[in-house]
Design a protein around this ligand. Structure first.
Ligand code: ADP
Ligand code: MG
Length: 373
């Protein structure tokens, strides 16, 4: 049964990065108040929270204080300590649940979850000791990628092994980072993702699938709808449905996938709104953030409609300075997250272009972003 949280109530958000900020903006538009927990007093969401607790994600007392100020809680970030959330989940305050978080935080649990749900994924093996590597690369095949079991994001915590010459450095990586998974590096045709929202009564709303371009294992841009065959589209949506059913999460959720020919493989999941779903803000009848707030507040989900095509490009590091001119705002919807320091590989904002046709969109991207798709 869904628990209805009426507008005027307070939503407590754990994590004040850009995802927390965009959740908060949607929630405020709907009449909710925001309480926030983040360790950084200058985080993107700071300026739009009604109450703000500056504390670490593993600070149990701080989570308790956040819960006292809130009617419902949500997280925007997967590295929150699951143990500190247990009591708020038991109190019925965390509809999103801790199981999706617990699963997504740990690459072995994530793969076990894919297996249980009957979702194909890339072959991998567990590496507990650096000495296992030489044999494992023969089994998995090169190229291969080492990924830390937990804590990785935006390509951090990964080491690409292209040839046997990289083995010594790979052993060092394992020595310093501890247990890893070694995955075959798939020569895919495309990366795609399914963004979906599941309501408290189990209804599922799937968004049009974006195709995603990564640079140095970090998302660069998304084009929607993905240029994929219907059979691939159906497979991807079916995999997403299986995952939704198996995890029975509540809220907006994403499944990243690789496409090779007619085959679709799960890469990883995110138990929260996703970077590749930012296009939904301008291009869909309901954004991934509004739909997320609706789900956790026990409101009915809205049907998802999209006309035309959209392109979203991340604004990374110093590129942010190019988006403060008047000209940069022509045609594109610029979102700047308000991070105080533009470090390399840091997501500073994004820009979304929408058009009624692919042709118009592609023309716009070529003109404005000097990119060809
Ligand atoms: P992160 O948590 O950093 O997003 P991912 O596992 O999603 O970690 O890896 C980031 C990106 O690296 C992927 O989106 C993809 O472009 C590339 N990548 C990761 N694993 C593989 C793989 N097994 N084969 C090919 N590309 C991969
Ligand atoms: Mg990823």
């Amino acid at each position: 049964m869904s628990r209805f949280i009426p507008p005027g109530s307070t939503i407590g958000i754990i994590g004040g990065g850009q995802l927390g900020k965009m959740m908060a903006l949607s929630a405020r538009a709907m009449g909710y108040r925001i309480a926030l927990l983040d360790p950084n007093e200058h985080c993107p969401c700071a300026g739009i929270a009604d109450a703000f607790i500056v504390a670490n994600y593993d600070d149990e007392k701080a989570i308790e204080r956040l819960a006292q100020k809130s009617d419902v809680l949500t997280y925007e970030f997967e590295n929150v300590d699951v143990d500190v959330l247990r009591s708020v989940e038991e109190a019925g305050m965390l509809p999103q649940g801790i199981k999706p978080l617990w699963t997504a935080q740990h690459r072995l649990r994530e793969k076990a979850c894919f297996k249980k749900a009957g979702i194909p994924f890339v072959p991998y093996t567990l590496i507990s000791e650096p000495t296992q590597l030489a044999h494992a690369v023969i089994e998995i095949g090169l190229p291969a990628v080492l990924k830390t079991i937990s804590g990785g994001y935006d390509g951090k915590g990964q080491f690409l092994i292209e040839s046997r010459e990289d083995l010594e450095r790979a052993r060092n990586f394992v020595y310093h980072n501890g247990e890893c998974v070694l995955e075959h590096w798939l020569m895919f045709d495309k990366e795609i993702s399914v963004i979906m929202t599941r309501g408290q009564d189990g209804e599922l709303a799937l968004y049009p699938i974006p195709e995603n371009l990564h640079e140095h294992q970090m998302l660069r841009s998304s084009l929607v709808p993905a240029r994929i065959r219907d059979t691939v589209l159906e497979q991807a949506n079916e995999m997403a449905r299986k995952l939704a059913q198996s995890l029975s999460f509540v809220g907006t959720f994403a499944l990243e996938m690789f496409v090779r020919g007619d085959e679709v493989y799960a890469n990883e999941m995110a138990p929260r709104p996703h970077n590749t779903g930012h296009y939904t803000i301008e291009a869909c009848s309901v954004s991934q953030f509004e739909q997320h707030i609706r789900a956790i507040c026990g409101l009915p989900l809205l049907p998802i409609e999209m006309t035309g095509a959209a392109y979203m490009k991340n604004i990374i590091g110093d590129d942010v300075h190019d988006y403060t001119s008047r000209e940069a705002h022509m045609n594109g919807h610029v979102h700047l997250y308000g991070k105080n320091e533009a470090r390399p590989k840091r997501k500073m904002g994004h820009v979304t272009y929408t058009a009624l046709s692919y042709e118009k969109l592609i023309q716009m991207i070529e003109e404005k972003e000097k990119e060809s798709w």
